[in-house]
Design a binder for this molecule. Sequence first.
Ligand code: PMP
Length: 285
Amino acid sequence: RIAYVNGRYVPHSQAMVHVEDRGYQFSDGIYEVTGVYKGRPIDAEGHWERLERSLRELSIAMPMSRRALDFVASQVVRRNRVVTGIVYIQVTRGVWPRNHPFPPKVTPPALVMTARNGLGPGQAVAERGVSVYSQPDIRWGRRDIKTVSLLPNVLAKEKAHHEGGFEALLVASDGTVTECASSNAWIITRDGVLVTRALSNDILPGITRARLRELALGMGMQIEERSFTLDEAKAAREVFISSTGSFALPVVRIDETVIGNGVPGTLTLGLRARYLEFLESLSGP
Ligand code: PMP
C-alpha cells in the first residue's frame, strides 16, 4: 500500500508525520472520507467543498488547489488499486513547537492521503438491518466542522459495538437526536414523511445526506428537515442512517425497541436502491 504524505508517495508502512504535528498534539486539523465506487469518486465536489469550508472555519490554509487535491486523490486510488473503497484525506495546521496559539502564517499545513478497498457494510447487512444504541451527545459546539477531534465519537461507537450495535444514536440534552457517531440519522413517519435534523452547528452536513435528500425529492418523497426526539424515533415507521460507507442503511432496533416489525422498511430500501442506481450512473474519473 502507498500513502501520500506532504508531497511524497511512500509505502504505507513508512508513512509518518512529525511528533509536533498539531493534528497529533491538539487535534488541530480536519479530514474527509470520500467513497470510490467501481473506480469512480462519489460526490467528490461535495467533499472538496466541505473540506474547504472546514479549513476556512479553522483558519487553516488550503494545502493545495482543489484540482491538485483531486489529482493526488486519483493517484492514491490508482497506486492502491482501489476499485470500491475509500480515500482518507487529512489536513492539519502543520508542524511547530508545541504552543496553543497558531504558529506563524508561513507554516505549511500538513496533508496526508490514504486509500483502501472496502466501502461500508454491504447489501447483506442492509437487507437484515442494523441496531443502534442511544447515548448522550457529549461533543463540542461546532459539529459542523469535520475535525479529527473524534474522541466522543470513538467512545460512543465503542460502547455501541460492545452492546452488539452498529452505531451510536446521539441524543442532545433536550431529548432530540442529533446524528450518529459517524452517520446522519433519519426517521420516516407513519405518514411516510422523511425527517432528518436541519443543518446547524449541531451536526455534520453529510454529503450522503445531501445526495439522499435530492434523490428522495426526485422520487416524490416528502422531506422535513427538523429535530425529532429519541421517543419519536423509537415509534417511527422506519429509521435509517446515512454515510459515505453505509449509503442509506436500515435501522431495525434502537436500544431494546424494535422498529416497525423488525425488518428493513420498504421506503428505506427503495431509497437505498435509488442511491445504488445513482452510484452505477457515476461517470469515470
Ligand atoms: N456525521 C458524522 C459525525 C460523521 O462522522 C459522518 C461521516 N463522515 C457523517 C455524519 C456522514 O457524512 P458523509 O455522508 O459525508 O459521510
